[in-house]
Design a protein around this ligand. Structure first.
Ligand code: PYR
Length: 366
């Protein structure tokens, strides 16, 4: 990190009522440029907004008299048992939000007994992240270099550090129109050690960072990653049945439905609106991860009932990190777990399988 960048140093309990309050509080402790980068979306931010609003396109029809005293929200993905169907999404440069950076997030996620996805653009080394997370499960989100020697080195490092899956990010080959970053003149104050062979990070705009990565991604990259890691490969950014079919045909081991948190293609459909179509095409052949727009546990419930096996959250965790370090991160997962327990009870579901088999109804009021 450069010395002139100052951000939160918080560690401890946050005490928030909901994620919207958390975001407001985080905006007061994260410097303007960094908060703009984290919180904003592309262009008019229409897609960013629809990501959360679109959960209202379907409603939950609760079941009653089902003895819902102790619902079980634990689940298994790729053979890994986790305490909740909510995992940590890949997010760049956590030290924008808290000087403790990824290590604190890794600790909070490990204590929440769920999966942490390491970003290619992490601001810390694996040594620091692993020291904080122990051997808790981690996946690695991959932005490919234009150069395959770099790619092999980056994948080797992920394998060496115990990655259980590789997430090939296909929705961010170039930067979205991040107008807030332009207005704030935002550049990264933090280096990116994992991809240092092709990207320094410090002083770079997001656009420059993306341009240094590979634009000509193709179906062949799935096999390339499998061959060099022997690990399952998720393709992240799938939003249509056609793409789901094509990437499964190309050998993908999992699908990650995402529009990159509304940060890329403004005017694109909300991620939740893509999910049912993708899940129907996948037809349980491979697991589905869903992200973009989750702010409440009813959103988690609706995503699972629409075909996701697990969901990933990003910004809410980064706000918890800003306000409370590793404790804040754990508190965000606890918030979602507590709320999901309540939603499961009120909906009359005992476990994740039952949520997945719940038939949501169309919203008749829109
Ligand atoms: C983002 O800014 O959205 C990244 O994925 C790095």
């Amino acid at each position: 990190m450069t010395t002139d960048f100052r951000t939160s140093t918080a560690e401890g309990k946050v005490n928030f009522v909901n994620v919207y309050d958390l975001e407001k509080a985080a905006s007061l402790v994260i410097p303007t440029g960094a908060f703009g980068y984290i919180s904003s979306g592309a262009g008019d931010m229409w897609t960013l907004e629809q990501n959360t609003k679109s959960f209202n396109h379907k409603v939950i029809a609760p079941g009653v008299l089902r003895n819902i005293e102790n619902p079980d929200q634990s689940t298994t993905i790729l053979g890994q048992k986790i305490s909740t169907p909510i995992i940590m999404a890949p997010v760049a440069a956590h030290a924008l939000a808290n000087v403790q950076g990824e290590a604190a997030t890794c600790k909070g996620v490990a204590e929440s007994d769920t999966i942490y996805t390491v970003s290619s653009y992490a601001g810390q080394t694996y040594e620091k992240m692993r020291a904080a997370s122990g051997d808790a499960p981690q996946w690695f989100q991959f932005y490919m270099s234009k150069n395959d020697d770099d790619n092999i080195k980056i994948l080797d490092l992920a394998v060496k550090n115990g990655a259980k899956a590789i997430v090939l990010t296909a929705d961010a080959t170039v930067g979205g129109n991040r107008e807030i970053d332009l207005r704030n003149g935002f550049t990264f104050p933090i280096a990116m050690p994992i991809v240092a062979s092709y990207q320094s990070g410090v002083g770079q705009t997001m656009d420059a960072v993306y341009k240094s990565s590979r634009q000509n991604l193709s179906y062949k990259d799935i096999e390339f990653i499998q061959k060099h890691t022997n690990l399952p490969v998720f393709v992240k950014g799938v939003q249509t049945a056609e793409d789901a079919e094509a990437v499964i045909e190309a050998g993908a081991d999992g699908i990650w439905v995402s529009n990159h948190g509304g940060r890329q293609l403004d005017g694109g459909r909300a991620s939740f609106d893509s999910l049912e179509e993708v899940a129907e095409a996948v037809n349980k052949r491979v697991p589905i991860v869903f992200d973009s727009g989750i702010r409440r546990a009813q959103h988690v419930f609706k995503a699972l009932a629409s075909g996701a096996d697990v969901v990933a959250i990003g910004r809410p965790v980064i706000y918890g990190l800003a306000l409370g370090g590793s404790e804040g991160v754990k508190e965000v997962f606890d918030y979602f777990k507590n709320e999901l327990k309540m939603v499961m009870q009120l909906a009359g579901t005992h476990n994740i399988e039952e949520i997945k088999n719940t038939k949501l109804r169309k919203n008749e009021y829109m």
